[in-house]
Each structure stands twice: as C-alpha cells, then as structure tokens.
Design a protein around this ligand. Structure first.
Ligand SMILES: [Ca+2]
Ligand SMILES: [Ca+2]
Length: 205
C-alpha cells in the first residue's frame, strides 16, 4: 500500500472534521458537504449577492438574506464588510418533520463569529476548510442543529467577527434526522410539556 494511498484513506476517514490547507476557490465549496451523503430535504445557496443589504434571490432554492448594517461594498459576486460588523439574518420556510439543520458559509479575509443562532438557539461553528483565497485566506464553516422539529420559518443569525470579511457563499440545508428511539421519547415528552404549558397559559390568560 503506497503512502499516497494511505494519506488519501486517512483524509477520507477524517472527512470534514479537519481543516485542510490548499488553494481556496470562490463560488465553490472546497470542503465536503457536512451532511455527508444524505440528500437535503431543503437546500438554499447564495453564490451571487444582489446588494450590500442582502439578497432575496438565492442561486439555488428559496430564502432571504439581510445584513444589518449593510456591507460596505460589492466585490465581484460577493460582498465585503469594509468597516462594520453586520449581523447576517437568513430565513428559510420550514416544513413538518424532524431535521438536522445546517448553516454553511465561505468567507475570505477575516472570519465570522463562532456563534450562530437558529430561531434563537445557539450553536458553535465547525471549521471545515482553510486555504489561500483571492480576497485573503478563506474559511469554510458550518453550524448544525440536530433533531429540530420543523417550524414555519427558520431564522438563522450570525455575525462577522471583525471588519474586512468577504462573504463568498452561504447555504442552508435541512436533512431528515434519524434520532435514537430515546430521542423520540424525549421529543414526545417535550412536546407534551409544551402542550400542557400552552394549555395552562391559555387558561390563565
Ligand atoms: Ca470555497
Ligand atoms: Ca442572488
């Protein structure tokens, strides 16, 4: 077995958990999809940002993105935060079910804050790729929220960690969750408690 074969096997085994160093490509995900071979139930991707305020016409799927305050300039198909540190809000209409929900981003120059929220629930970023890009070093990051009960609207919020962030690509995905039987039991219990609480609050109001 050759050394290169072994390295390839190791690289395959560690998957996206480890960042690699290579040349970054704009408008291309250099890391493997964090949901592996699963086919997303919903998928939205932005590769070309319409304005420094956001974009309601993703290149794949349907969803919205807004930046508050707006980014400073448009640079090619991406947007660049020259001075400020906007909060980026992305929305996606949900469907019924239980999902692992992903937010994925590729940025160059400075990077994003490690915390992102989905409907107010926070998660910490996983670094999937680093490499030299045309607007500074690129990072591909993702966040995942497991076993999310599908709701009408998913609202993702995340921030730039510093000025000078070139936002290249953003994607949102929902993948059918395969929870353990015990998780289903806990979900049912949680929903039961929520139902009881809402009945109680309706009674009291
Ligand atoms: Ca890339
Ligand atoms: Ca667009």
């Amino acid at each position: 077995m050759s050394l290169s074969y072994n390295l390839a096997a190791i690289a395959l085994a560690v998957g996206t958990a480890f960042a690699t160093s290579a040349s970054a490509t704009t408008n291309v995900w250099d890391s493997q999809a964090p949901w592996g071979g699963a086919t997303p139930v919903q998928y939205v991707e932005w590769n070309s940002f319409d304005s420094i305020e956001g974009d309601s016409t993703p290149e794949i799927g349907a969803g919205t993105i807004s930046l508050t305050p707006p980014a400073a300039i448009q640079m090619g198909e991406g947007i660049y935060t020259l001075f400020n540190m906007p909060t980026i809000t992305a929305t996606l209409a949900g469907t019924a079910g239980v999902f692992d929900v992903y937010l994925r981003a590729a940025v160059q120059g400075n990077t994003l804050a490690s915390e992102a929220t989905l409907n107010g629930i926070s998660a910490t970023s996983v670094l999937a790729f680093t490499g030299a890009g045309s607007h500074g070093d690129e990072e591909e990051l993702y966040w995942v929220w497991n076993n999310v009960v599908g709701t009408d609207l998913y609202t993702f919020q995340f921030k730039t960690a510093a000025p000078h962030v070139f936002i290249d690509q953003i994607a949102l995905a929902t993948v059918a969750a395969v929870p353990e039987p015990s998780t289903y039991a806990m979900l049912a219990l949680g929903l039961g408690i929520l139902g009881a609480a809402s009945r109680l609050s309706r009674k009291q109001s």
